[in-house]
Design a protein around this ligand. Sequence first.
Ligand code: SF4
Length: 263
Amino acid sequence: MRGFAFSLNPYVGCAFGDNGGCPFCYVRAMPVARAVAGPWGKWVIVKHNLAQVLRHELEILEAQGRLERTAVFMASATDPYQGVERRLEITRSCLAVMADRPPFRLLLQTRSPMVERDISILRQLGQRVIVSITLETDDETVRRAFTPTSPSVARRLACARMLREAKIFTQIAIAPMLPNNPSRFAELVEQVVDRVVIDTYFDGDGSGGNRSRWLGMAELYQRLGYEQWFRPGAEQKLMAAMSARLGPQRVLFSRDGFNAIYY
Ligand code: SF4
């Protein structure tokens, strides 16, 4: 078995930001971004009956003897902890369904500390779950410049720490890597995660960086004075610093890293 065969998106769209969401977000350039007339970063569509549908599909997989080979990526296009999740609990309901009928592996990808609310359910999934916290940089100035509506660096590190202390396998997804201080970043994550995945525009945007250029990232880096960071290979110092601190087996890269369902 290699990689995640199923993706589970409780929401469509994204309400993580004013002003068009994260500037590097290529989901907003996809057809799905035109599902609602408002600007990207301001709306979500809720899949209200998702837990019921999921329960049914897991039952089918179980009956077919495939559940033990099923790896689920939640969520591939939209963060599963949108603000409305606090009230609607769609993601939480799906986790409860999977705790009842666990797949081989669940990767829960989010940038929101709201995931802490569901620690008790995640613990029921035990070794079958990986929680992956998006954290693109260790530098709060960079974070504010690129993704001002995302949770702070410190808050996301605290979230990762809490998950790991709850014995949940926790990774930091540095994706896409933003300008950073490699040695400080490695020092910060060493104690709070089991592993890291690093990804770049050039390896991870699905077009060798062209999609990110089209989104205006080269100009944005230039405008902010970080142009030396927008080039293939800019991640090498961070890879080296992370490998030195965590050990190379805990440092993964790009698509193969995200698809690493074994640990
Ligand atoms: S939070 Fe994710 S989906 Fe939303 S704008 Fe940022 S990258 Fe895009």
